[in-house]
Write a protein that binds this ligand. Structure first.
Ligand SMILES: Nc1ncnc2c1ncn2[C@@H]1O[C@H](COP(=O)(O)OP(=O)(O)O)[C@@H](O)[C@H]1O
Ligand SMILES: [Mg+2]
Length: 236
């Protein structure tokens, strides 16, 4: 198993935000993390990355206990996290952003950037543009590319379609589905747009008020009318 999260209780300092969350993810699988605003989705993925306080529970990555590792130690093992905000360097060009993201790679960086551009072709013509001049969708594409340059084994995306117009959001979700097909990677996709996320996910985890109220097959969640008010049509 790529990632196993066992009875995770986490928050910030003494504050507990999420309680008793458990799930596992295999390589090549895509898990959607859904739930209303403030339900603890970001806290969950931050705790997995070592960016929130873990009060109890365990996180195993490829069978190794990584619960207490620092974010950079997790990153070195192939866990890559794209935060919801501030995920690109505004003042740098697209090319410079990709070079910064891959600074640990060394000689193979140019080849890897080329591979990533094959996956995200619209970025190619933007290579010389400063990131602050990009549209919302282009910026999310760049953030995705910066994560992919590092050849992640686990890719965690926190609301990559937040504040994008629906057709652009669909395009980004389509690219994520394509990445899942072509790269050997497990993906955790945090989304407010449940319909879009469920359309490409195998499994879904529904968070409400810090608690896990559903974990299982993505299609089965769609048929749970008792839960739909908690995840359907919720958009920030
Ligand atoms: N840095 C923080 N310190 C204290 N509380 C926080 C912090 N970040 C988020 N919270 C609280 O944790 C709860 C869950 O937030 P979050 O995980 O961001 O939810 P979601 O991503 O589902 O919108 C909220 O009540 C929020 O106020
Ligand atoms: Mg969030």
């Amino acid at each position: 198993m790529l990632l196993e999260v066992e009875e995770l209780t986490a928050g910030y300092g003494d504050i507990r935000v999420i309680e008793d969350v458990s799930f596992s993810l295999g390589s090549g699988e895509l898990l959607a993390v859904l739930g209303p605003n403030g339900s603890g989705k970001s806290t969950l993925v931050k705790a997995v990355m070592g960016l929130a306080t873990v009060h109890s529970g365990r996180i195993l990555f490829r069978g190794e206990d990584v619960t207490r590792l620092k974010p950079h130690e997790k990153a070195r093992r192939g866990m890559v996290y794209v935060p919801q905000m501030n995920n690109v360097f505004e003042r740098l060009t697209v090319r410079e952003n990709l070079i910064m993201a891959g600074y640990t790679i060394g000689d193979e960086l140019q080849d890897r950037i080329e591979e990533v551009l094959e996956l995200l072709p619209p970025l190619r013509r933007l290579m010389g543009r400063k990131a602050w001049t990009l549209s919302g969708g282009e910026r999310q594409m760049l953030a995705l590319a910066m994560a992919l340059v590092r050849s992640p084994e686990l890719l965690i995306l926190d609301e990559p379609t937040a504040s994008l117009a629906p057709p652009v959001a669909e395009k980004i979700i389509g690219l994520i589905a394509q990445i899942r097909e072509s790269e050997d990677v497990g993906i955790i996709l945090v989304e407010q747009n449940a319909k879009l996320a469920l359309s490409i996910s195998d499994e879904a985890l529904l968070m409400v008020s810090g608690k896990q109220v559903y974990m299982g097959d993505a299609n089965k969640l769609l048929s749970r009318s008792d839960l739909s008010s908690l995840y359907l049509g919720v958009r920030s």
